[in-house]
Design a protein around this ligand. Structure first.
Ligand SMILES: [Zn+2]
Length: 863
């Protein structure tokens, strides 16, 4: 019965094609490509002009009779000539007319006669192109004075800027790539080099082998004078291609090994062979991270250069990125997406596999890797609780919406956490068998998540409750935004516990969502255990959990928060030192999150903060002393004379403890907490021990203030947020004008939806410039209102409410909302209502704080 219901829910997945036909930005499926011959002709000297010419011959198959071929070609392409021929007979088909559509970027070709079903045709389009300078599509970049290279970045929808094509992930085809250019340049593309022919003396034509069937967004080529180092690993030629500079012998040693380890590990895990005999890795300076082009991966150069001075921190960062991109060669490239809606399938698996591979490759750095994993999950939970979140599987269609869908917290980190949770619940071997089946079924094709669920179910069926289907379980996580809180209540003195589930929600979206929750628990004597599934059909279940102090989801496998009855919290506090660092950090993070959420957890929280004073593990400190935890509390009481000194005192005591414990701690996993301690020290103006560091922190200002740098970062919001966290903002913005300039610079030059995440992070940081930030922000945003996607703006406006606590700022915000032109009256009144709710929630929290302040030693004693 429930199984049937699950299948009904999943019908939209199966009907994808029909959905596609009915929608505005999707290509019709009347014709589809099976093969491309793509020829690009460049100037002899790359820097001399931005123009190039090209010709693409697409073999197309007709799905049903039509006189219209629709494909993509962006505005920067000039279509010069179109020739259509029947493949077999060679007879030409007259083209009646062509039409360009700006908004959809469609090129529509009408034919004189109907094209016959199941017949193949050859469509040849000659075109002229204009190379981009903004790092999308086919672009040109100067890396040294007067020296240029040209390279492609097509994911997700920029191949259409380089050549006419069916630019949707479902339309896979084989590609023969040919590039003509000056003879001094070298050319690389996805597949192996086939031949080089001399043309006109100073030019050459470079041709590549045929690729396997692949999506247009994975096509890639680079024309450059970069250095190249190639090594053979068991028949696979791995190349490192980087700008010529002072790279030393051996600098790539680590990246070579990490790459091969990843390829080998993924071949074993998936049971599939990497399909090329070469894998080129290109380094580009200031790149936003990595891009998984099949056989020709792009990276930020730093990720490939891990020399002898590198520490575990750099190594982990490098392997995580390499393993992620190599994982895509299988997840995303070999088995593709049916549509961007299911982006999480490739990004979630790549992130999940990269964690596995990094831990295997660098076993000595396991603490660092576990911490990173915990922090990723932590970020995801936080983002997923706010109004800007959306479901992992989220139907998107317009180019803007596809761009917004790449939010790291959801399609990368939440997806990886949910995948890891499913693996932990089903068992590693069963899960791997399901994944292998899924990949084997659709290799060189595309598959939606439903295919994965079915494969997993085949192997896991015997271990699930009678009524459960993997599809239904996974579906409850993939298609609902947000996540649950599981409340644990002890029943008497037995091993019986009553569990309830509800959605973790702040003041909005508290609908009745429910999930299929795997209940993991651990106890001191018994280790990690699985108590069974909490069905989405009910709010409450009773489970048996053995052991002395069974704590739910303490290993952090589940993507949910846990609250306890009072007896439960008391038992936790009593046994605090028997828990491991990750469990302690998780409990602190959950207790804070629940406290903001009417959780009555301030009692246990106080006790945990008291216990923190002797904590030697860095992770619980990071949990407690974060912008979302103690930082938020301090932010909240700012300017409230009766409470601010008390919370300040608490923060001071803890900061001094943190400095004492970690200042001379040289463990690599303590680096983050050392930095955090210094930031708090500076914020609270406690000591003057920051010798040598102030300068570095001040140097970051110059970069943050540079428009060029903002552009170069492209949409790397995470990187920018980290810089802001580490820069000495008080000094950077010592004059109000500096701050205005920064904000202008940010909003004008960081041109992507992620700019809103930077703004929110800045609001959250509670740095000395925060007040100023809030005050300037609204005017600036007012000017920007029409250029932000409506849904994004709506979520953002709601999210901002979380970070403004001062009555004066709330007043400013209300005025801003009233002035905004792009929102409806309904939205306006909702925002006012949410502000009222937030105000009363903050008042409640402050009242709660005021009541307990006298009784707690941490809040009253000074050191
Ligand atoms: Zn990725």
């Amino acid at each position: 019965m429930i199984y049937v219901q699950a299948l009904l829910l999943l019908v939209p997945f199966l009907l994808n094609k029909t959905v596609a036909n009915a929608t505005k930005y999707r290509l019709p499926d009347s014709t589809f490509p099976s093969h491309y011959v793509l020829r690009i002709e460049m100037n002899t000297d790359l820097g001399s002009s931005d123009n190039y010419t090209g010709q693409v011959t697409i073999t197309i198959v007709v799905h049903y009779p039509t006189d219209l071929i629709v494909l993509h070609a962006a505005e920067n392409l000039e279509i010069k000539q179109i020739i259509l021929q029947a493949l077999e007979s060679g007879e030409s088909v007259e083209v009646r007319s062509k039409e360009r559509e700006t908004e959809t970027q469609f090129l529509k070709i009408y034919t004189e006669q109907m094209l016959n079903q199941s017949e193949q045709y050859q469509l040849t389009i000659s075109f002229g192109g204009h190379m981009q300078r903004n790092r999308t599509g086919f672009f040109l970049e100067e890396y040294q004075k007067g020296e240029f290279y040209a390279v492609t970045v097509f994911e997700p929808i920029y191949a259409r800027k380089a050549f006419p094509c069916y630019d949707e992930p479902m339309f896979k085809a084989t590609f023969d790539v040919e590039v003509e250019c000056g003879k001094d340049y070298s050319v690389h593309s996805n597949a192996e080099l086939m031949e080089i022919q001399a043309v006109d003396g100073d030019r050459k034509l470079v041709r590549f082998e045929r690729t396997p069937p692949m999506a247009s967004y994975l096509v890639a080529f680079i024309i450059s004078k970069f250095d190249e180092e190639v090594r053979d690993f068991d028949g696979l030629k791995i190349g490192m291609i980087t700008p010529p500079n002072d790279q030393q012998e051996g600098d790539f040693e680590f990246a070579f090994r990490a790459t091969w380890f990843s390829v080998d590990g993924l071949q074993n895990y998936t049971g599939q062979k990497y399909p090329f005999s070469k894998l080129d890795q290109v380094g580009i300076d200031y790149f936003f991270g990595g891009l998984e082009n099949w056989g020709l991966i792009l990276y930020i150069t730093d990720a490939l250069v891990v020399n002898s001075q590198a520490d575990d921190w750099d190594k982990v960062e490098s392997v995580r990125l390499i393993a992620h991109e190599v994982a895509h060669q299988f997840f995303g490239n070999l088995v593709g997406l049916t549509w961007w809606e299911h982006l999480w399938l490739k990004e979630g698996f790549a992130t999940f596999m990269s964690f596995k591979l990094t831990r295997e490759f660098l076993p000595e750095a396991w603490i660092l890797i576990n911490h990173q994993n915990f922090i990723d999950r932590w970020d995801a939970l936080h983002f997923d609780a706010g109004p800007m979140t959306y479901p992992m599987s989220n139907y998107v269609e317009s180019p803007e919406a596809i761009g917004v869908h790449y939010t790291a917290e959801i399609v990368y980190n939440k997806a990886a956490s949910v995948i890891r949770m499913m693996e932990a619940a089903l068992g590693e071997e069963v899960f791997k068998a399901g994944v292998q089946d899924y990949i084997a079924n659709d290799r060189f094709g595309t598959a939606d998540p439903y295919k994965l669920y079915l494969s997993l179910h085949r192997f896991a069926e015997h271990m699930l409750p009678l009524e459960a289907h993997v599809a239904e379980i996974f579906h409850s996580w993939a298609t609902q935004a947000g996540h649950p809180v599981v409340h644990v209540e002890m029943i008497g003195e037995s091993n019986y516990y009553r569990l309830t589930q509800r959605k973790y929600c702040d003041t909005w979206n508290c609908n009745g969502s429910r999930w299929w929750i795997p209940i993991f628990y651990s106890s001191y004597e018994l280790g990690e255990r699985f108590a069974g599934w909490f069905s989405d059909a009910t709010d409450a279940i009773t489970v048996v959990m053995d052991g002395d102090l069974p704590l739910v989801n303490n290993g952090g496998y589940g993507f949910y928060r846990v609250s306890y009855c009072q007896r439960g919290w008391e038992a936790i506090i009593k046994n605090w030192n028997r828990l491991d660092g990750i469990a302690r950090a998780k409990l602190i993070d959950d207790a804070f999150a629940l406290f903001w959420n009417h959780g009555n957890t301030f009692g246990p929280l106080k006790a945990m903060l008291q216990l923190l004073r002797t904590e030697s593990d860095p992770l619980p400190w990071l949990a407690a002393m974060g912008d979302r935890t103690l930082g938020k509390l301090l932010h909240m009481v700012k300017g409230r004379s009766e409470l601010e000194p008390i919370v300040q005192q608490l923060a001071r005591n803890l900061t001094l403890d943190m400095l004492k414990l970690f200042r001379n701690d040289t463990r690599i996993e303590s680096r983050r907490v050392r930095q955090r301690a210094l930031v708090w020290d500076e914020r609270l103006k406690l000591t003057n021990v920051r010798v040598g560091r102030t300068e570095i922190r001040f140097e970051l200002c110059a970069q943050i203030m540079s428009p060029d740098f903002m552009v170069k970062l492209r949409c790397n919001a995470k990187f920018l947020i980290e810089m802001l966290q580490n820069a000495d903002l008080e000094k950077c913005f010592s004059e109000p004008e500096d701050f205005d300039e920064f904000l202008d610079n940010l909003l004008e030059n960081f041109e992507c939806p992620e700019v809103l995440n930077v703004v929110l992070a800045e609001l959250e940081m509670n740095n000395p410039a925060s007040d100023q930030f809030v005050e300037s922000l609204f005017d600036k945003l007012y000017n920007l209102q029409t250029s932000i996607d409506a849904d994004q703006l709506d979520g953002f406006l709601k999210e901002v409410i979380h970070y403004i606590y001062k009555p004066h700022h709330q007043q400013l915000y209300r005025q801003f909302i009233d002035r905004l032109k792009v929102i409806s009256e309904d939205q306006r009144s909702t925002l006012h209502h949410l502000l009222d709710l937030q105000q009363s929630r903050v008042d409640d929290i402050l009242k709660e704080l005021a009541e307990i302040r006298v009784s707690h030693p941490m809040l009253t004693n000074s050191q």
